[in-house]
Ligand binder design. Structure first.
Ligand code: UD1
Length: 422
């Protein structure tokens, strides 16, 4: 298994290009299932999660061609052969469940494996099921699979979600595009990836309004057509690399970054003493003084502080002046990076969903283990700011969500290399 060797190397300077959003791409790809005509995505990120979704769509009979070094995905669901998403693929990646809504809408039936346990919590699918049932689907759990059917087609309805789940919003919105009549989805998630999905669906002929607010209205149409769509910038990759100069010093410009994608995160950085400026081509980030100040963080659905940046923010807080409290409200088990950061000399106490971090002057390099995608990159950031060498093992987690991480960080002056495993 490969690992990453990072050596603390002082301030960073230069530019880092930000890729298209993994999470947007993972919901835009299943949208191909809604139409017989081709859907082409540009600005796709080159990640193993995208390969997993490609394999899933191909297992359903879709054609998926990866062009221009993976940045363009040309897809066609003209001749689908199956409506079953197999456990072998779904267990690798929870976002596989995003084929449920589109398959059900287009074919009146779908069989999708439950994702099962995941390192950062239970992550059930009850909110997806409730929303699709509100549209008239009958859904049964058999042998670990959700068997969904709507023989007479789905019908629009008013439905309020108990919690603004991102994936459930995406599944329900996609399903409603081909339902009869109007669907009003209340307490919908407002993430930029949902806005991006709706923009793409609209290009395909869907009639949707209210995306980006908590009430989304979808007027069902008979069919959707082909489209070409550019995937929105990855706000989590953006936020992650914004932390690199915050932790190591220097000034880095994140190409393609926009403030609107990271408003609440940038506000926390500002309070910590990190300057974030919008430029014509991205966001420029620099640390104002020596050490950053401790700030408290509570993770929330968008536009609140994103859970997917909590681990990286904790790495920053490890060397802040003072004590910060990080509260994780989205996932119940998302502090697995804390004991690894402690191995690097951090002072962290975890009680349930709250981590109290008292900053130390400098972290010290150590061998550490990545436990999930965002945890893995938080350890790399910590290693870049630490004294000495840090080896991060199990980097396959990293490959799921960060393309060319070594090249991007090396480009701004980090000392980082990938060590090939046996
Ligand atoms: C998406 C993102 C993920 C991010 C998360 C929260 C993708 C591919 N992934 O995941 O990176 O961390 O949003 O911003 O876009 N829940 C239920 N029942 C359900 C669905 C969810 O209880 O039916 C719970 C989950 O267990 C979790 C919380 O709701 O505790 C948030 O989940 P959700 O918003 O659905 O996240 P995902 O769409 O899975």
């Amino acid at each position: 298994m490969d690992s990453i060797l990072v050596t603390g190397n002082g301030p960073l300077n230069g530019q880092i290009p930000i890729a298209g959003a993994k999470n947007a791409c993972l919901t835009l790809m299943p949208a191909t299932l809604l139409s017989e005509e081709p859907l082409t995505l540009t600005n796709a990120p080159r990640l193993s999660d995208i390969k997993t979704m490609t394999a899933l769509l191909q297992s359903l009979g879709a054609e998926v061609s990866s062009l221009q070094d993976g940045q363009v995905l040309a897809m066609s669901s003209h001749d689908l052969t199956s409506q079953t998403a197999d456990y072998e693929i779904v267990r690798k990646m929870r976002a596989s469940n995003l084929v449920l809504g589109p398959l059900l809408a287009r074919f009146g039936q779908a069989v999708v494996s439950l994702p099962g346990g995941c390192a950062i919590g239970a992550r059930p699918m009850d909110l997806h099921v409730e929303g699709l049932e509100a549209l008239g689907a009958e859904i049964e759990l058999k042998d670990g699979y959700l068997h969904a059917k709507a023989p007479g087609g789905l019908e629009g309805a008013v439905h309020e979600m108990r919690f603004a789940s991102v994936g459930a919003t995406e599944n329900i919105v996609m399903a409603a595009t081909l339902a009869k009549g109007t669907t009003v989805l209340k307490n919908a998630a407002r993430e930029p990836e949902i806005v991006d999905l709706v923009e793409c669906l609209r290009k395909m002929g869907a009639q949707i309004s209210g995306e980006g607010t908590s009430t989304v209205e979808i007027q069902g149409v008979d069919r959707l057509h082909g489209a070409t769509h550019q995937v929105v910038t990855d706000r989590i990759e953006l936020g992650t690399y914004m932390l690199a100069p915050a932790m190591c010093g220097g000034e880095v410009e994140l190409l393609g970054g926009r403030m609107a994608l990271v408003e609440s995160f940038a506000a926390k950085l500002d309070a910590a003493g990190v300057k974030v400026e919008e430029t014509p081509i991205g966001l420029k980030v620099a640390r104002k003084n020596g050490r950053v100040n401790a700030v408290d963080v509570v993770t929330e659905p968008f536009p609140g502080f994103p859970t997917d940046l909590q681990a990286q923010m904790m790495a920053l807080m490890c060397t802040a002046e003072g004590t910060s409290v990080l509260e994780e409200r989205i996932f119940e088990n998302r502090f697995m990076h804390a004991p690894e950061l402690v191995r690097m000399g951090a002072n962290i106490e975890v009680h349930g969903g709250t981590a109290t971090v008292t900053g130390v002057e400098r972290l010290k390099g150590a061998p550490v283990m990545a436990t999930d995608l965002r945890a893995s990159v938080s350890l790399i950031l910590a290693g870049m700011a630490a004294e000495g060498e840090t080896t991060v093992s199990r980097v396959y987690h990293l490959d799921r969500g960060y393309e060319h991480v070594v090249r991007k960080l090396e480009g701004v002056g980090a000392k980082i290399e990938r060590i090939k495993g046996q």
